[in-house]
Design a protein around this ligand. Structure first.
Ligand SMILES: *Cc1c(COP(=O)(O)O)cnc(C)c1O
Length: 454
């Protein structure tokens, strides 16, 4: 029997985050001011982010030390285990070795506390009293609620209306950690009121909720904004995942040939992949695969160009693969993967040919997730089933080619609060959406006048 579980000791939690930016030959172009279209300096972000995070956003240092106070909180669940999925391998009859890094052991059940704790820490250190944020499926809201509670900050969460109604347990989780949660669009912000005036029954979207949270932070002195994905500093904080995986693999005496992650805004993918991308940039043979839902195919069907991060066009223009900030994806069950854009760093890596994007339908991802639960025991978050599916596809290719490759994927969260999605699957109500090109063209048409890259 092969060894199954590879744990690092508490003292082996990484003490530095890894910044891929300095290693990239082609770097993403700068963000632009939403009004003037000119490149913005770090100061433009000061009303909504603390200085320490703005510095990390533009840092050219390869390694950034993790403060003791953050490590002290990471110790509540880190290091996370690396597992060899030998039961899944057997079920597939593949010669490949499949490993997964399990981030579902965190208090909120996903990778998101890795950055939530860091963001809450730097805000508290600079005297901020309150953080405002958005949440879709509720994973990010719960992670930030947990982090704010640990660091003595107030937390206000604008939760996309449809999730607020469908996911009462995520709401309870946030409230347990002391956050205040309201459905978005709300009557508490100008952007929310505008949407409600047009559509009183609006189901909301991540883009709308971001506008509300940014507005909240911009108009209050005691409040800053916090984003759970997309930005460089968020991706940076997630690199503890890949750094731990590397350390565990050194002990095993193996190394991945393929690394797989699912992509919503790009943060858990970056977390596992960036430390390995440094090897690839320096000539390593490794392949890096990003998996997204076919219903929100940002990397596989979007365009690399400037777009807003939110619906109300309040954020800077970011260079990214986008489906257009007005794109409202079909309501698939992977709420965390329903974002119109993608992290600029991940976008640039795809553009440069260093990352291979792929997409799958939600039912084939649930098929994969259920096979995983029935072999490995863990019930994956709907988002994470995309990574499971991607890893299984690689293992099946290995079987066809007769190759014993090593596959590593990020199991970025458990699905214990997403059982309604599993319920839909078992009662045959889970639908696949063949997204018509016209839906993408329509949203892309609306950003035609925005500045172009290059
Ligand atoms: C939020 C979330 C995602 C998507 O966000 P990324 O920034 O792309 O990682 C994926 N999986 C889980 C479990 C999430 O909570």
């Amino acid at each position: 029997m092969p060894e199954r579980r590879f744990d690092l000791g508490e003292r082996e939690i990484p003490r530095k985050w890894f910044n891929l930016m300095p290693e990239m030959a082609e770097k993403p172009p700068p963000p632009l001011h939403p009004g003037t279209g000119e490149p913005i300096g770090p100061d433009a972000l000061a009303p909504i982010f603390p200085m320490a995070l703005i510095e990390q956003e533009v840092s050219t240092e390869a390694w950034i030390p993790i403060p003791e106070e953050i490590l002290d909180i990471y110790r509540l669940w880190r290091p996370t285990p690396l597992f060899r999925a030998d039961r899944l391998e057997k079920a597939l009859g593949t010669p490949a070795r499949i490993y997964y890094k399990y981030e579902g052991v965190s208090p909120a059940g996903s990778h998101k506390p890795n950055t939530a704790v860091a963001q809450a820490f730097y805000n508290a250190k600079e005297g901020v009293k309150r953080l405002a944020t958005e949440t879709g499926a509720g994973q990010w809201g719960s992670a930030l609620a947990f982090a704010c509670n640990q660091l003595g900050l107030e937390c206000k969460v604008y939760m996309v209306r449809v999730s607020y109604d469908q996911k009462p347990y995520r709401r309870s989780m946030m409230q347990t950690w002391g956050a205040s949660v309201i459905p978005s669009p709300s009557n508490e912000t100008e952007s929310g009121k505008k949407i409600l005036a047009r559509d009183p029954d609006s189901a909301g979207s991540l883009g709308i909720a971001i506008s509300e949270a940014v507005e909240d932070a911009a108009k209050r002195d005691d409040t800053k904004y916090s984003l759970g994905s997309v930005l460089n500093h968020v991706l940076l904080h997630q690199t503890v995942i890949g750094l731990e995986a590397k350390k565990a693999f050194e002990r095993i005496g193996d190394a991945p040939d393929v690394v797989v992650g699912c992509t919503g805004g790009g943060s858990n993918f970056a977390g596992i992949a960036f430390p390995y991308l440094a090897d690839k940039i320096h000539g390593g043979k490794i392949r890096i695969v990003a998996v997204e839902p076919a219903a929100c195919p940002t990397l596989t069907r979007g365009e690399f160009r400037y777009d807003f991060g939110d619906t109300a066009q309040m954020t800077p223009l970011l260079p990214m693969y986008t489906l257009g900030h007005d794109f409202i994806p079909p309501s698939i069950h992977s709420g965390g993967l329903r974002y119109h854009g993608m992290a600029p760093l991940v976008s640039q890596l795809v553009k440069s040919g260093l990352v291979e994007p792929t997409s799958y339908m939600q039912t084939e991802c649930f098929d994969a997730g259920i096979l995983f639960a029935r072999t490995e025991g863990i019930l994956p978050a709907p988002e994470a089933t995309h990574a499971v599916k991607g890893a299984i596809a690689e293992a099946e290719r290995c079987k066809q080619e007769g190759k014993a490759e090593t596959i590593l994927f990020n199991l970025c969260g458990h699905g214990h609060l997403d059982l309604a999605a599993y319920d839909a699957y078992f009662s045959g109500k889970l639908e696949d959406f063949a997204l018509p090109q016209s839906a993408i063209d329509e949203a892309m048409g609306k950003i035609d006048a925005l500045p172009r890259i290059g």
